[in-house]
Design a protein around this ligand. Structure first.
Ligand code: HEM
Length: 147
């Protein structure tokens, strides 16, 4: 018996395709430049956000079920490993989410979709936390990396 194809992740199309992903990512990094609570996470990034903006756009396109623009270029996302050089505590996680929540509010009119995306982003952001509040900034050794 033929199994049906797994349903495609529909978020990309629901958001509005590539232009909408670009708008979301632009709004996200604008928020990172502007929100006072994002100062510390902004400082983790390069002065020129252009290359990072491009990477997040390509990653989110793929993550939301659109064209696979990230993996063929960068390899498997392994986001936890890629974020290990940065000390991400609860405040950093929350600041990242504040930027994303504002960006979604500015670029996604569909409240239901916004809520779904916020919940999904929150799970990823929590999974990337690698430092506990109050602990000294740490750089994990490669042995501590998870896939
Ligand atoms: C939890 C708080 C987070 C902090 C503090 C953070 C910080 C960073 C930093 C500093 C970089 C490096 C940028 C550069 O090299 O210019 C980065 C890269 C990246 N981040 Fe995050 N991030 C967070 C959460 C997330 C989440 C939730 C996602 C995805 C939903 C994400 C996706 C990415 C991607 C795709 C890259 C590029 C990876 C690559 O090099 O290919 N980040 N992040």
């Amino acid at each position: 018996m033929d199994l049906p194809n797994p349903p495609a992740n529909p978020h990309y199309a629901r958001l509005g395709g590539q232009d909408a992903v670009v708008r979301l990512v632009d709004a996200f990094y604008r928020a990172m430049d502007e929100l006072p609570q994002a100062r510390d996470i902004r400082a983790m990034h390069e002065a020129d956000l252009g290359p990072t903006r491009r990477l997040l756009t390509r990653y989110l396109s793929e993550w939301m079920g659109g064209p696979r623009l990230y993996t063929p270029d960068r390899g498997p996302p392994k986001l936890r490993r890629r974020h290990m050089p940065f000390a991400i505590d609860a405040a950093a996680r929350d600041a990242w989410m504040d930027c994303m929540r504002l960006a979604l509010a500015q670029t996604c009119a569909d409240a239901g979709l916004r809520a779904e995306l916020e919940a999904a982003f929150a799970k990823v952001a929590e999974a990337l936390r690698n430092t506990h509040a109050g602990a000294a900034a740490q750089v994990a050794s490669p042995g501590a990396m998870s896939a």
